[in-house]
Design a binder for this molecule. Structure first.
Ligand code: NAD
Length: 297
């Protein structure tokens, strides 16, 4: 299959690319921050000079793991973008979390060159990226997806094709809506317990096996009780994802009142210096709102 192209070697991209090298694949890599590629080049990856150069040197698969829609657009169709180096039959697998609208737009542009784009965002942070146990949710052409699947399986524990182009990004937005609202609900409930003079930890123990139980409750309530807000998943990334929710929902005329509320809370937290904290810091928002502390003594 030739070398795998890999563009975007940040917190997530670096360990994901390393897992591909460990699995025996050869890589050609590029990051706008040259230093980000050093570690991979030290592990045997070839350094590409630009996205176009990576596309020209890569075999069938080119992976991108970039911050947001503008970065993926720039790398795909900007100056020296992938579009200027791709060959018919190549598959671009964008694993960044971006707008599904932009994802579909870029797929259409690449299709004109005989190239398919699979959108394949991930759930799970740096740790799961290192372990190769991410949850990967994909959209795009089914035949192209099947060709990319063995590579994706080296980075993820679950790899699911959800539908056509953009369906993976839409799934990621659904994930971020449910997680953001769930954490807010945990914080709101625990703030009420505290105000009422009822021990939030005991409330947690009492309800965790019932219908209110969730992975968010399990992970985030103890963080709130311990004021343990090291990321995890950073507030500023969740704000970015919720902006993509709002943009997408506007385009679909879909009403998302709870997401709109949660992004306001997260923006307020970011303005209060919490932008790099874990999104469990929604607990802090409710602490300020109610002048209580969820932290145990
Ligand atoms: P990051 O900021 O650590 O890494 C992004 C990398 O892209 C950086 O090295 C940056 O230099 C590079 N880059 C930016 N613009 C570029 C360009 N034009 N050309 C080439 N390289 C460019 O971000 P991350 O935490 O690795 O996240 C990547 C994506 O994964 C985001 O969409 C994020 O929402 C998503 N995600 C992150 C996590 C997490 O916990 N960090 C979890 C799930 C999903």
């Amino acid at each position: 299959m030739g070398k795998i192209g890999f563009i975007g070697l940040g917190i997530m991209g670096r360990p994901m690319a390393k897992n591909l090298i460990k699995a025996g694949y050869e890589l050609v890599v590029y990051d706008v921050a040259a230093a980000a590629a050093d570690e991979l080049c030290g592990c045997g990856a070839e350094r590409g000079g630009s996205p176009a150069d990576v596309a020209a040197k890569a075999g069938e698969i080119i992976i991108t793991m970039l911050p947001n829609s503008p970065h993926v657009r720039e790398v795909t169709i900007g100056a020296n973008g992938l579009i200027y180096g791709v060959k018919k039959g190549q598959i671009v697998v964008d694993m960044s979390s971006i707008s599904p609208i932009v994802s579909r737009e870029l797929n259409a542009v690449l299709n004109e060159k005989g190239v398919e784009m699979i959108d394949a965002p991930v759930s799970g942070g740096q740790e799961k990226a290192e372990q190769g146990t991410l949850a990967i949710m994909a959209g795009g052409d089914a035949a192209a997806f099947e060709k990319a699947r063995p590579v994706l399986e080296k980075m993820g524990a679950t790899v699911t094709l959800v539908g056509g182009s953009g369906a993976g990004q839409t799934t990621k937005l659904v994930n971020q809506i449910i997680v953001g609202i769930n954490i807010s609900a945990v914080a709101e409930g625990m703030a009420l317990a505290k105000k009422a003079g009822v021990d939030p930890r005991k409330v947690f123990e009492a309800i965790r096996r019932g219908l209110a139980g969730s992975q968010c409750l399990e992970d985030k309530a103890p963080r709130m009780f311990e004021a343990r807000y090291n990321p995890g998943f950073r507030i500023n990334l969740h704000i970015k994802d919720l902006w993509n929710v709002l943009e997408t929902s506007r385009a679909l005329n879909c009403s998302v009142p709870l997401s709109s509320q949660v992004i306001e809370m997260m923006i307020a937290l970011a303005n209060d210096g919490c932008e790099s904290m874990d999104h469990g810091a929604l607990g802090r928002y409710y602490e300020k709102l109610n002048n209580v502390s969820l932290k145990e003594n």
